[in-house]
Ligand binder design. Structure first.
Ligand code: ZN
Length: 76
């Protein structure tokens, strides 16, 4: 059982396996660089508020769906 390694997590930034020994300072990222990258991305998203949220016109004019009650619901 020589090659049975403990399951190492994947770096959230680059999806590489994190070397727990090398990256113990930057966990859960594989490196300091990835840690900073993620932090930067996170901050960017924080600033770019989604005013332009997906404004796909709602042409999905589904008729007011009348809830279908099961037969015999009223003579309970
Ligand atoms: Zn990484």
């Amino acid at each position: 059982m020589a090659d049975q390694q403990p399951l190492s997590p994947l770096c959230p930034t680059c999806d590489m396996q994190v070397d727990l020994e090398l990256a113990h300072k930057s966990l859960p990222f594989c490196s300091e660089r990835c840690r900073l990258l993620d932090l930067g991305r996170w901050l960017n998203e924080e600033h770019a508020l989604p005013c332009e949220a997906q404004d796909s016109e709602e042409e999905d004019n589904s008729p007011a769906t009348t809830p279908r009650l099961p037969p015999g619901w009223h003579d309970a």
